[in-house]
Design a protein around this ligand. Sequence first.
Ligand code: MG
Length: 388
Amino acid sequence: MKNTATASYAANPKKSLGRLHKEPSPTYRSEFQRDRDRIIHSTGFRRLEYKTQVFVNHEGDLYRTRLTHSLEVAQIARSIARTLKLDEDLTEAIALAHDLGHTPFGHAGQDALNACMKDYGGFEHNLQSLRIIDQLEKNYAEFDGLNLSFETREGILKHCSLKHAAELGDVGERFLNKTQSSLEAQLTNIADQVAYNNHDIDDGLRSGLITIEQMKAVELFSIQYDKVMWKYPKLTGHRVVHETIRRMIGEQVIDLIETSQNRLKAANPNSIDDIRQHHEELISFSDKMRTQNQELKKFLRENLYYHHKVYRMTRKAHHVIKALFNIFIDDIRLLPPEHQELAKLSLLDNGETGQARVIADYIAGMTDRYATIEYARLFGVEGSVFYS
Ligand code: MG
């Protein structure tokens, strides 16, 4: 059963606001199915397998990568979409593409690249995701990018500074007008948070950087942990963690569905235009769940993301990204030939800023491993800079 009856306020592929380059409609697929399929076949999507969120890709095979994270987001988001009678294909397309713009080495890499690009317009991963699907993928004969529909592009651009919004045309307008995105985009954004908060607990426990004893201080965890231990007093090891986390995800998803259903009922929208014009987002957690989530995020920030070992990795990531950026900006002849060509053309069109953007695109497109190897090649050090 699929998309049999979407609600009147769901995004409708037949009424899509269209693509940047006009194309005939697909024969047996909806416009949003085609978007999803193009994302899966893109180069950027394949690279997600070798990019990380918190842990560096080759620290261990059991940790999430951006690819497995994106699949988890798609799974969570699609089940919510189906219950709320929203368009599952659009939801899936947004979920699978939402992290395409991430640099190597997770948030550390993005912060470092943003600092490098300070004088050249900065670097935001959401904008980069849009750049990839609109311009940087070069696989089609008739256009650059994937030429996705407006609704998918809108969903991928989760956040954006007002300065950049003004330069983006149609997808930037909602940040200036203070209107909302589709419900599919709203829910995928929250499904992203549900996925990463919960899998970071899993990866954090697996790595030994955090412990169950510590986690018991977090209400969202302890409530479900107690239920598991009450039902299965003899359960040990990873099964305890998995049983607890799957219940945590379940609780959050149910809260999100029920709160959003109530909000939709109260607002009574009839169309996606009503959704866009509403004064606030209608997909939301309850206040209680939002507070519990904030507590969890705070815990993860203090105990996992700033853990001594993660912090050491973060500093190394900063160092590698900065060193690569500086050496390329100093001498573009060190770039691979095709990027050199682009850099030369961009220098003519947009001066130093254009050239810096080509370098940022090249670095952002690297996987963790590729960045490490490129660093080793250029600076003559061991390729294992990330083992310690
Ligand atoms: Mg994400």
